[in-house]
Design a binder for this molecule. Structure first.
Ligand code: MN
Length: 452
C-alpha cells in the first residue's frame, strides 16, 4: 500500500484552534498524532487516548461521549473501549479504518469554518485541554520492543573503534541487524533515568568490577509503532510492510558503553540497554509523513543488492523518510544559569541503510508474529557527516588510537560521556517546500546519580 499525498496534506488547511496555525508548532492540522495522557489531578490508571493540536490535547473520549464519532461506532467493537485505555494497543488492534476514521473526523471538526463544536462551551473546555496540564505516558502498551542497527554510518564508526581494518561484519549489508530489547523498561519522555550499575572490565589484565556505569550515553533513534501485522507462522511481504505501520515516534536508547563493551559478545547487548529506553509521547501516523518520503538508501557500487524478499520498487522509490533529527544537552549548571540547551548534533533519517519496511519484513521473515503496539526502533541514526553522529560514543571519537575529544558546553564544562543531572533532549521534524512542517515533539530525560 502506498500512503498517498491527498487533501489532508494541503498546506493551506487551517484550524480554528489558533495555536495550530502558528508556523513553529509541531502539531498543525496536517499532523494530528496520537498519544496517551492524563491530567495533572488524575492517576496513571486514568490514562486515555488524546491527539495533539497546537498547544492543546484533544481528549478523544470526551468527543466520543458527546457523539462525535457515532458514525464510526460498531456494536461489536465499541469505539469508546478503544479510547478509554492507558495505551494505544487496543485502538491499534481495531485497525487502520478505525484510527484513520477518528483522525479524519477530528480534522474535520477542527478545520477552520467547521462550527459543529461552536457554542459547545462545556464540551470544548473538557475536550481541548492545555498541553501543559497533561502528563503524557508511554504511548503503547508495548508487548515487544526490538532495536535495529540500520545506519551504516553508525555501524561503520562503531565497528572502526573495535576493528579498524574490518569495521563492518560480513552480514551487515545482507541482513537488517537487530536485537530484542526489553519492553517493560520503556519509559515516557520526562522520566528520570537512574545511572545503571553493572559489571565492567576497565583493566584487561585484572578481573571485572561491579559499580556505577562510567560511560553513559544516549542513542538518537526513530521508533515505528505497529498496527496489526502478521500471525505467527506467516510472513509480512515487503509490499504489505507499510500497511502494518501505525506511526513513527522518537526513541532514546540509553546505553552503558562500559557494560556493553564487556558483555556484548557473543549474544549482543543485554544489561547495557535494558535499564531504560525513553519514548516520545506522540506517535505521528505514517499517513501524515507521505510528503516527506524519500528513496531508500542508494547503495554504492560494490555493495550487494538486497535479496528479493527485502526489495520492492515502492521501497526503492519511497521507503525512506526525511526526518530532521536533533540532539540537545543541558547540564545542571546550564539549567541553574538559565542557559538554553545546546545542540550537539543534527542529521536526517533519510540516510539509513535499511528502511522500516525492510526491517519489518526481515523481522517477520521467519514467521515471527508482529503485534499491534509493538515498537521497532531503527538503531542509532548517524549520517555521513561528523555533525550528524547520533551518540557520544561516535561524537567524541576522533579516530582509531586517538584520545577522545570531548564536546564543550557553553559553561566551559566538557563531556565525553553523560554526567549526573545532564538532560538530553531529542527533537524531530519534517519540512519540505510546498508542505506544512510537522514535528514529533520532544523525547527528554535527565540522568540521576547511581544508587550505590
Ligand atoms: Mn540502539
Amino acid at each position: 500500500m502506498h500512503h498517498a499525498i491527498d487533501e489532508s496534506h494541503d498546506p493551506n488547511l487551517k484550524s480554528w484552534v489558533e495555536s495550530a496555525n502558528d508556523e513553529t508548532t509541531d502539531f498543525p492540522l496536517q499532523n494530528l498524532p496520537f498519544g496517551v495522557f492524563h491530567t495533572d489531578d488524575e492517576e496513571e490508571g486514568d490514562g486515555r487516548i488524546g491527539m495533539a493540536i497546537g498547544d492543546r490535547v484533544v481528549d478523544l473520549l470526551e468527543l466520543c461521549e458527546a457523539g462525535a464519532f457515532d458514525d464510526l461506532d460498531d456494536e461489536e467493537n465499541p469505539i469508546d473501549e478503544d479510547l478509554d485505555a492507558p495505551a494505544l494497543s487496543i485502538l491499534l488492534m481495531s485497525g487502520r479504518e478505525r484510527w484513520g476514521g477518528i483522525r479524519d473526523r477530528v480534522r474535520e471538526l477542527l478545520t477552520h469554518g467547521n462550527d459543529e463544536l461552536a457554542g459547545e462551551k462545556e464540551l470544548l473546555e473538557a475536550a481541548l485541554l492545555p498541553m501543559q496540564d497533561c502528563r503524557m505516558l508511554v504511548p503503547g502498551e508495548v508487548g515487544d520492543y526490538t532495536d535495529f542497527y540500520a545506519s551504516v554510518h553508525h555501524a561503520t564508526n562503531v565497528g572502526s573503534m573495535f576493528r579498524p581494518d574490518n569495521p563492518l561484519l560480513p552480514n551487515y549489508k545482507w541482513i537488517p541487524i537487530g536485537y530484542h530489547g526489553r519492553a517493560s523498561s520503556l519509559v515516557a519522555s520526562g522520566s528520570e533515568i537512574r545511572r545503571p550499575c553493572g559489571q565492567t572490565r576497565p583493566d584487561e589484565n585484572a578481573p571485572p568490577v561491579y559499580g556505577p556505569c562510567k560511560l553513559l550515553d544516549y542513542e538518537l533513534e526513530v521508533g515505528c509503532m505497529m498496527g496489526p501485522a502478521n500471525e505467527r507462522g506467516s510472513r509480512l511481504p515487503i509490499e504489505r510492510a507499510e500497511e502494518a505501520i501505525f506511526g513513527i515516534c522518537l526513541v532514546n536508547d540509553w546505553s552503558a558503553r562500559d557494560m556493553q563493551k564487556w558483555e556484548y559478545q557473543p549474544l549482543g547487548p543485554f544489561l547495557a540497554k535494558s535499564f531504560a529506553t525513553t519514548v516520545s509521547p506522540w506517535v505521528v501516523p505514517i499517513e501524515a509523513l507521505a510528503p516527506f518520503r524519500t528513496p531508500a538508501f542508494v547503495r554504492p557500487e560494490g555493495d550487494p543488492q538486497p535479496l528479493d524478499y527485502l526489495d520492492s520498487k515502492h521501497n526503492r522509490e519511497s521507503g525512506g523518510i526525511d526526518i530532521t533529527l536533533e540532539v540537545l544537552i543541558a547540564s545542571k549548571q546550564m539549567r541553574d544559569k538559565g542557559i538554553a540547551p545546546v545542540r550537539v548534533s543534527v542529521g536526517s533519517f533519510k540516510h539509513m541503510y535499511w528502511t522500516f519496511a525492510q526491517m519489518l519484513t526481515h523481522h517477520a521473515s521467519n514467521g515471527c508474529n508482529m503485534e499491534a503496539g509493538d515498537l521497532i526502533a531503527s538503531g542509532t541514526v548517524s549520517g555521513p557527516e561528523k555533525e550528524s553522529r547520533g551518540c557520544l560514543l561516535e561524537m567524541t571519537w576522533d579516530g582509531p588510537g586517538k584520545p577522545r575529544k570531548p564536546i564543550e558546553l557553553p559553561t566551559g564544562e566538557t563531556r565525553t560521556f553523560l554526567e549526573d543531572h545532564d538532560e538530553v533532549i531529542l527533537k524531530g521534524w519534517c519540512e519540505r517546500e510546498g508542505y506544512r512542517r510537522i514535528g514529533f515533539g520532544v523525547c527528554d530525560g535527565v540522568i540521576l546519580p547511581a544508587r550505590t
